[in-house]
Design a protein around this ligand. Structure first.
Ligand code: C2E
Ligand code: MG
Ligand code: MG
Ligand code: MG
Length: 278
């Protein structure tokens, strides 16, 4: 009987809501310290030129190596870090680490390639974002022409004049811009005309059924054709098999990224896929 009472008591005083809230609070506090404690890690996924088969770039993808919870994927902490503002220090750490790593590969004699970094719209809206990025390039010694920033179509929902100014300033530095997850976001295409961008990344949801689903094949083909006419490069995300690769190659897609070639890998493992210049 006493047991029953105490269990009820427990249930009464530990409602699910507050448990979840405190769990979230813990993660938030831990996320705050993750950068200082060196718990974040970048994996790199190659981008391969379809004509030559050469690796022309890598995308840096962040993971959180949590001491107790193990490897946490970005989908589980990037949204929270955006809500809490933690995306600013995390994003800077990602930029700095990716630039430093790419410079290290170049210095080790590997053929120079781009490193692509995902830039949250919250980072993009920071008033000093261009200055911050320029400082990171200066500090790491990596040439701006090897940096690419991946932004999403949600950028087009921001103040267009300000977005154009920022993008122009980044372009002046020599940085390239790509539109990530293209086709899944904003419905207006006018930003393709107004914004200085270099590359479209076809979202992997369109690539997935490219060889079975008729509609996806039409959409992917149309994106490639449109990109070509706009003088933009086009990268297919999420390429998982040979048939998808051949289809995209035939349609004139420039590059692919996906498990078929390689999953995102730690820097040391990625090195073995790169070719030396010397
Ligand atoms: P994303 O930028 O679109 O990155 C591509 C995602 O697709 C990565 O997931 C990658 O592992 C996955 N992927 C690549 N090839 C394949 C494939 O062939 N099949 C399948 N099923 N998946 C594939 P990941 O690493 O879990 O990242 C998820 C998202 O988290 C990213 O999507 C990006 O939006 C965000 N993210 C990752 N790192 C950062 C970062 O440093 N900053 C910001 N702001 N966001 C980041
Ligand atoms: Mg991306
Ligand atoms: Mg994407
Ligand atoms: Mg994405």
């Amino acid at each position: 009987r006493a047991k029953e009472v105490s269990r009820n008591k427990y249930e009464l005083f530990a409602p699910t809501m507050s448990v979840q809230a405190s769990g979230r609070l813990t993660i938030e506090q831990e996320l705050r310290k993750a950068v200082e404690r060196d718990e974040l890690v970048l994996h790199y996924q190659p981008q391969v030129q379809l004509q030559s088969g050469l690796i022309t770039g890598v995308e840096a993808l962040v993971r959180w190596q949590h001491p107790k919870r193990g490897m946490i994927p970005p989908a589980e902490f990037i949204p929270l870090s955006e809500e809490t503002g933690m995306i600013i220090p995390i994003g800077e750490w990602v930029l700095r680490t990716a630039c430093r790593q790419n410079k290290a590969w170049q210095e080790a004699g590997y053929a120079p390639m781009r490193v692509a970094v995902n830039l949250s719209v919250y980072q993009f809206k920071q008033p000093h974002i261009v200055h911050t990025i320029a400082e990171i390039l200066h500090e790491t010694g990596m040439d701006a022409i090897y940096l690419e920033l991946e932004i999403t179509e949600s950028i087009a929902m921001q103040n267009a004049e300000q977005v154009i100014i920022t993008l122009e300033e980044l372009k002046q530095l020599g940085i390239q811009i790509s539109i990530d997850d293209f086709g899944t976001g904003y419905s207006s295409l006018s930003y393709l005309r107004d914004f200085p961008i270099n590359r479209l990344k076809i979202d992997r949801s369109f690539v997935n059924d490219i060889t079975n689903g008729k509609d996806d094949a039409v959409i992917a083909t149309s994106i490639i054709a449109m990109a070509k006419n706009l003088n933009l490069e086009v990268v297919a995300e999420g390429v998982e098999n040979e048939q998808q690769l051949q289809f995209l190659k035939n349609k004139g897609c420039n590059e692919m990224q996906g498990y078929f070639f390689s999953k995102p890998l730690p820097a040391e493992s990625l090195s073995s896929l790169l070719s030396k210049v010397t």
